[in-house]
Design a protein around this ligand. Sequence first.
Ligand SMILES: C[S@@+](CC[C@H](N)C(=O)[O-])C[C@H]1O[C@@H](n2cnc3c(N)ncnc32)[C@H](O)[C@@H]1O
Length: 340
Amino acid sequence: MDQSAISQNDDGSDEEEDYIFGVDFSKFDVSEVRFDEGDEKLVNNDSNYVSKQQLSVSFHCAKLVQYQWTDRKHNIFDTNDRDIQKLFAWAEAQGANLAKITCCHDAFDGNGLYLKGGSIATGSVVAVLPRSLRIGQNHACQKLGLKNSTPDLSALSLLLVDALMADDESEICHSKDNELSLYAKCLPRHFHNAVFMTDDDLEYWGRLGQKYVTNIRKVQDQATSCMHYIQDCILPPDVSRTVIIRNNHSLLLKWAIAMVQSRTHSFGSHKCRWLTPIFDFCNHSVDPNCRLEGDAQGNLILRATTSIQQGEEITIDYQVSDDAKLVATYGFSLLHRGPT
Ligand SMILES: C[S@@+](CC[C@H](N)C(=O)[O-])C[C@H]1O[C@@H](n2cnc3c(N)ncnc32)[C@H](O)[C@@H]1O
């Protein structure tokens, strides 16, 4: 994601810079909020009710404004090899077995997983991720103080925003020790799935077939309703929804939604999707050398389905047979080069 693009509104103006999710953070003072014991609720100086949820999410957003506008020396999206190493060390400390894999720059301008330390035979276990690192709806809701009925996409997207915001421990943040911050920092910053597609992109894909447009619109609609859901949860009722859509502060949230859309898997008969740190660096192939399995304890196993040579990229099948769905959800096509 182009950092320079974040600092301006779509129309080139920089008005409403301090708004995010409709809250004017230039005037926002957390110390004004107090607990009203009589009614057992949080109120601000005008005696307006402030939901706990609104507050906790607002803390992160206030921090977001700081990072992006007033303190540019923090580049929240920069990832380097050291970050990836720290991410691996963190996952191993939680019980992951990653001794045979490494994460490097791939051919698609992102990262991929590769085999290190010798070749392995068909059927071998390549890596194991403990159940505790499979991040789903319940974890996201618990962490953010949201109801379990919060839609998957919204809760996981907010969790990623929250995780990114927790990166600098010196800043105010309710989850300073957010264990996912390393993970969030290692996620790609350039992204091309449907959430970020422009009208020109849509026209290009439209020329190749209506089903591309239909799928792209579907994913965009899902992202938009996720944004609206988040607004409905935390916005004061008198502020227009269009603020978040118009304002480039929403880019970070959009990024998080795009990440969740392209990096979550379902397992077994479950309907919801999980983020799987590190395993989600596996790229897709129609002729993969690995598959993802769950064991009886819910741990995730990356198992070789062919023999794999040292240095070879580890790939899985994303199980999306339709190219239009690949374009919409993952931002790549197996049949077309796409607009440049
Ligand atoms: C689950 S992530 C895989 C890891 C990703 N490459 C990264 O840098 O984090 C899925 C994203 O990887 C990229 N990707 C995966 N397989 C690909 C392929 N066969 N061709 C092009 N891009 C691919 C797409 O950007 C996709 O949205």
